[in-house]
Design a protein around this ligand. Structure first.
Ligand code: ZN
Length: 303
């Protein structure tokens, strides 16, 4: 029987006021068993140094609690951009996040798949992905650093990967480098047209994901309900069970073999910690529900 923590559930965690000082109490209050943090302004290019004391406290605090940590790279990152300056800043931002990941003991750095923006730039965009990502992936492999995790986007705007099938060419672009994993965001997949709310829809989408990327690539899940319709290409997150995806889909998520052992992070609306605490409770309940089914009377076979 897998342990209750086989799908640790946590939240994107605030860090203002100090990484350890803000994030660790937040994890304790919400009951988060995994944390995801920004290490730079999510909507800017500035690349701040960490505070070594806070880094150590954070790393030790996560280790004491048995909590894995993830970094979400700044949202401006776009390796597929037709603007060279944006590509250069994107690469520098990912390099910075990897270095910060080493300092704080993060398991992985998540970044959005990006977009070619202009019609006709799609092929060049994938060549850029290869050129920029391979050195980063080799570097982090050499230093034993965090993995990079590509997260498909909500679709629209000539995104390089939004449907899970598009992760195939993305991984192929870096020769399926072992340090590139995948982060699956439920709200993005729904926005990109995967009907997760249909009975069996989440299961089928995860089956397709595994068939596309292989058994061992899924390293993080962003569990977010949605305010919008399937295929909308809109990325407005809602609390679990309160949106258009609905709770049964998340029950399928928590029961799918591909998600066993994979940390799950909510990026849902939260007034202070309240929304996150409720969503962590809901997802944890969904993952533990199958345990309530009666255990077969195995002692009979011994007789
Ligand atoms: Zn996400």
């Amino acid at each position: 029987m897998p342990a209750l923590s086989s799908r640790p559930v946590g939240a994107h965690t605030p860090t203002s006021g100090g990484l350890a000082k803000a994030a660790l109490p937040y994890a304790d209050t919400t009951g988060a068993k995994v944390v995801q943090v920004y290490v730079s302004n999510s909507r800017g290019w500035a690349l701040p140094n960490g505070d070594p004391k806070q880094d150590t406290l954070f790393r030790d605090g996560c280790a004491e609690r048995g909590i894995p940590a993830f970094i979400h790279a700044a949202l401006l990152v776009n390796l597929g951009s037709p603007t060279p300056e944006t590509v250069e800043k994107s690469t520098q931002t990912l390099a910075h996040a990897l270095r910060r990941g080493v300092a704080i003991g993060a398991q992985a750095v998540v970044f959005h798949a990006g977009s070619s923006v202009d019609e006709g730039h799609a092929e060049a965009a994938m060549r850029q992905v290869r050129r920029e990502l391979l050195p980063l992936l080799d570097w982090t492999a050499d230093v034993g650093g965090p993995m990079l995790l590509v997260e498909p986007s909500a679709g629209g705007g000539r995104s390089l990967a939004s449907r899970v099938e598009q992760l195939g060419p993305y991984l192929d672009a870096v020769d399926r480098h072992p340090m590139l994993g995948v982060c699956f965001d439920t709200c993005h997949a729904w926005a990109a047209g995967h009907d997760l709310a249909a009975e069996g829809g989440m299961t089928a989408t995860l089956d397709t994901l595994v068939a596309t990327v292989g058994a061992d690539r899924l390293r993080l899940i962003h569990a977010n309900d949605s305010k919008d319709l399937c295929g909308s290409t809109r990325d407005r997150h809602e609390n679990i069970g309160k949106g258009t995806i609905g709770e049964p889909a998340f029950a399928e998520l928590m029961a799918h073999p591909a998600t066993a052992g994979v940390p799950i992070v909510v990026e849902t609306p939260s007034e202070k910690h309240i929304g996150h605490t409720a969503d962590i409770t809901t997802l944890t309940r969904l993952t533990t529900t199958p345990r309530l089914t009666p255990t077969p009377p195995t002692h009979l076979s011994a007789w």
